[in-house]
Design a binder for this molecule. Structure first.
Ligand SMILES: *Cc1c(COP(=O)(O)O)cnc(C)c1O
Length: 410
């Protein structure tokens, strides 16, 4: 290894975020580099969920008036500063998949220009974004187009009404310039929905400052809200002045408990709610969000880049020698992950690492992903993970047949 253990311990001693690791319950002996798929458990989550269980036991239906019903807006306001949004611009509800559908309908209805503008989704994006664009367009008789991976967006905006883009690509970890891209899309007369799945909680996001009007994201990745934690939806306050969203459920009604026969959307971000949510899931997320008020996002970004750089520095010679392609973008264009490609052995290398307690993940074809979460990973953790990686590859351990068996979830 080109970096010594003493050196990484020195980095940990000077890490301003080091104290956050104690606020997570991590299994002994696990080096967790998969916080980009499912974040680790904040220690406060257990007590928060237990308190909600007690509330259910003691207050029964009364719990809905004691913080459950308005949790989508309350948590939205808590999350807002983490993504550069303001009070009343974010609602925590449903998931990315449903929220994309709602926003597509809302935007097209709001444009009301009947110009038949197309929905443009991104080739190489996380599949659900493209699937929803397809399903929405099929239902609404709207044209669907795909931006070829790597193509220049500005060349593909003619006749487009809405484009769906990830701020950070889930495979490569490439970060788009949100402000410049938003400007370009607006100049072309179109709207953009930003997907923040791999940026919210991973780096400083400045929605309002970037001129972004619409965004969606999840809270179970870098925001550590728990498995199946609710997603979120952002609409800039100047763009909340009218229109339906197509999943016109009772929780998005202007007066849900009036039980009117006809739908009338709430006048604010609440219109993006649909139906009854899980109070238990919201309580785990609320416990996590309470931590984010203490996080210095500039320090988070600095540490995230330092961790991914350390991992690569420790292994650069190995990648070279073993034909592993490092497709991680340069720091200024990087999210919080390292992306490596080995079409023949990637799956088995990741399985061999998991058996040693080093948790990364694998995505077809050939992609090994390692996520770097500055709140609960130390420099020493990353150094040790790199050491395991080196041993697994140099010894040929990954060739063992047991590392080639495929499970249902990879
Ligand atoms: C993880 C992820 C999703 C997941 O969508 P859900 O509806 O929350 O399951 C969507 N888009 C991107 C870019 C993702 O990375």
């Amino acid at each position: 290894m080109s970096v010594s253990l003493d050196r990484v311990r020195e980095l940990d001693r000077h890490d301003p975020l080091a104290g956050f690791k104690r606020r997570f319950a991590l299994p002994e002996g696990t080096l967790y580099l998969d916080g980009n798929s499912l974040g680790a458990q904040p220690t406060a989550a257990r007590e928060a969920v237990a308190a909600t269980l007690d509330q259910w036991r003691d207050e029964l239906i009364g719990g809905w008036n004691q913080g459950w019903f308005d949790a989508p807006e309350r948590l939205g306001n808590r999350l807002a500063p983490v993504i550069g949004a303001r009070d009343g611009e974010v609602v925590v509800t449903d998931n990315i998949t449903l929220n994309l559908f709602k926003l597509l309908g809302y935007i097209l209805e709001r444009r009301g220009d009947g110009d038949g503008g197309a929905v443009l989704s991104e080739g190489g994006n996380f599949p659900t974004d493209g699937y929803i664009a397809q399903g929405f367009c099929r239902l609404g008789g709207v044209e669907h187009r795909v931006l070829p991976e790597g193509a220049e967006l500005a060349d593909h905006l003619d006749g487009v009404a809405v484009v769906v883009l990830s701020q950070v690509n889930y495979r490569t970890g490439r970060l788009r310039d949100m402000a410049a891209t938003t400007r370009r899309v607006h100049e072309a007369g179109a709207e953009v929905i930003w997907d923040l799945a791999h940026s919210a909680g991973a780096l400083p996001v400045d929605l309002a400052g970037s001129g972004a009007r619409y965004a969606v994201g999840c809270t179970y990745k870098y925001l550590n809200g728990g498995p199946g934690a609710p997603g979120f939806l952002y609409v800039h306050r100047d763009h909340q002045d009218g229109g339906w969203q197509p999943l016109s459920g009772w929780h998005g009604h202007a007066a849900p408990f009036a039980f009117d026969a006809d739908y009338a959307p709430a006048g604010d971000i609440t219109r993006f709610r649909t139906g009854t949510h899980s109070a238990l899931a919201y309580s785990a997320l609320e416990a996590s969000l309470s931590m984010w008020g203490d996080v210095d996002m500039a320090a988070l970004r600095e540490k995230s880049l330092a961790l991914s750089a350390l991992f690569r520095d420790c292994l650069a010679d190995l990648f070279e020698a073993h034909g592993i392609e490092d497709i991680t973008p340069p720091a200024a264009e990087r999210g919080s992950q390292v992306s490596l490609v080995d079409a023949d052995n990637g799956y088995a290398i990741v399985q061999a690492l998991i058996s040693r307690g080093v948790i990364g993940d694998y995505r077809e074809p050939g992609l090994m992903r390692f996520g770097f979460t500055p709140l609960y990973l130390s420099f020493e953790d990353v150094w040790r993970a790199a050491m395991h990686f080196r041993e697994v590859v140099e010894s040929g351990e990954y060739r063992e047949p047991r590392f080639h068996v495929r499970g249902a979830v990879t």
